[in-house]
Ligand binder design. Structure first.
Ligand code: ARG
Length: 464
């Protein structure tokens, strides 16, 4: 005996001193995380049992006991009284074993015409569907926060950037509306994902269907799915719904991260475009002057684990032969983690967008610097003097050089100085060299003119 123990210690070591059983239990069990699916598991079982009774596959007395037992188990889990066992592997076996303790033989009839393969697919689809519905709501709230800020700042000028170099003046409202478009597309992706997953796997059984006279349309309807899936092999091998959730979450996280990055930059003293509320920033333990945009930084960082979850599950799925393989048990933790974090990131970003203070003076000052109205000068030369755009570009370049030499912006050049560059230039030029004139002139559909921004806001208010 003592000898045996020693041998197994040498073989397995550490926490697996008790040998293969312990290792198998640890690698095989999913109850540690799939207990999250308890409500869906019970809902699916009640729908299944109800259908079995209606079809005469089990007796009504059995159904009554099964439903009462499952409802009690739900209460036990929700009140923290339920004892989960790792020996029973997963949520499905934990619930069924407890049901057997409670009602005896009838519990064994619940698993007629069903397998854990279609059971886990139904549980997980229901869970992901619910999560998608939450994500849709959260995105709608974020979008409306942006619409409010955009309306407030439809005419607030700021520099627009390309290459993070001052390009042309835009309005802060217009910039906000760019994010509305991005999160609007995310919301559409969520809706499409709900549409794609809205088929019930229940009744596919292990992989081939079942000889029992089940009614898959009935269970699909009871569980709120549009219709049953159409191929039993695909049904138990498919995790597209999880992959779609992760990919839309990854794209959304990428949008949140770009916004987070802008918030980090804008809130530096060097930019000074915005001030974050105390609720979403922290002080430094050593430098009293600092206010750090921690929430934005963490939103930016969450992208890492969410993108990672997508790659992890794609990699799990890529070599799997049809139909079910145990590899697929690795789907859940990725989705649970990504779901919790995308939800948190959207909530934090909504708070930041609502609370941030805009420093209009700093934005305006920055909007006018860096010769941001150079394109307006070139456009004036084209429009008023009929110059080809390339020539106008050349003349404007000379004007920028002159202004640089003089140490002013373009409006700081005298008419004489401008005429020396091109003698067709008149006084009228000063009407287009201001940032307000510049943004007001960009009235093309989807452009930055305040009226355009307001009409895009109205469009989106209507849409959400
Ligand atoms: N815990 C398993 C999972 O998450 C349930 C399905 C098990 N099916 C099987 N044939 N062993 O994938």
């Amino acid at each position: 005996m003592a000898e045996d123990k020693k041998t197994s210690n040498q073989m397995w070591g550490g926490r697996f001193a008790s040998g293969p059983d312990a290792i198998m239990e640890e690698i095989n069990a999913s109850i540690g995380f799939d207990k999250k699916l308890y409500a869906q598991d019970i809902e699916g079982s009640i729908a299944h049992a109800t259908m079995l009774a209606k079809q005469g596959i089990i007796k009504d007395e059995d159904l009554e006991q099964i439903v009462a037992g499952l409802n009690t188990i739900r209460d036990e889990i929700e009140s923290g009284k339920f004892e989960f066992s790792r020996k029973l592997e997963d949520i499905h076996m934990n619930v069924e074993a407890r049901l057997r303790d409670m009602i005896g033989a009838a519990a064994g009839r619940l698993h007629t015409a069903r397998s854990r393969n279609d059971q886990v697919a139904v549980d997980f689809r229901l869970w992901v569907k619910q999560e998608l519905q939450k994500t849709e709501k959260a995105l709608t709230t974020l979008i409306s926060a942006f619409l409010d800020r955009a309306e407030e700042h439809a005419a607030t000028v700021m520099p627009g950037f390309t290459h993070l170099q001052t390009a042309q003046p835009v309005t802060f409202g217009h910039h906000c509306m760019a994010y509305v478009e991005m999160f609007g597309r995310d919301r559409l992706r969520v809706r499409h994902a709900i549409e794609h997953l809205d088929e019930s796997p229940l009744g596919a059984a292990a992989l081939a269907g079942t000889p029992y006279p089940i009614d898959r349309h009935m269970t699909a309807e009871a569980l709120g799915f549009r219709e049953p899936t159409r191929n039993s092999i695909d049904t138990v091998s498919d995790r597209d719904f999880a992959l779609e959730f992760l990919s839309l979450a990854a794209i959304c996280a990428t949008h949140l991260s770009r916004l987070a990055e802008e918030i980090v930059i804008w809130s530096t003293p060097q930019f000074g475009f915005i001030r974050l509320s105390d609720a979403f920033s922290t002080g430094s333990s050593i430098m009293p002057q600092k206010k750090n945009p921690d929430a934005a930084e963490l939103v930016r960082a969450k992208t890492g684990r969410i993108n990672g979850a997508l790659i992890a599950l794609l990699t799990v799925m890529k070599g799997l032969p049809l139909a079910y393989s145990k590899d697929m048990q690795e789907d859940k933790e990725q989705v649970f983690d990504a779901a919790a974090n995308i939800e948190l990131a959207i909530a934090a970003m909504t708070g930041m967008v609502r609370d941030l203070t805009v420093n209009e003076d700093n934005m305006r000052k920055a909007a006018g610097s860096g010769y941001s109205t150079a394109t307006d000068l070139a456009d004036w030369l084209v429009r008023e003097l009929g110059l080809p755009f390339r020539d106008a570009h050349h003349v404007t370049g000379a004007a920028v050089a002159a202004a640089e030499k003089k140490g002013t912006d373009l409006a700081g050049l005298s008419l004489e100085e401008l005429k020396a560059i091109h003698d067709g230039i008149t006084d009228d030029i000063y009407n287009v060299l201001t940032v307000d004139a510049s943004v007001a002139s960009r009235k093309s559909f989807g452009g930055t003119a305040p009226d355009q921004v307001r009409s895009q806001i109205a469009y989106w208010r209507d849409r959400i």
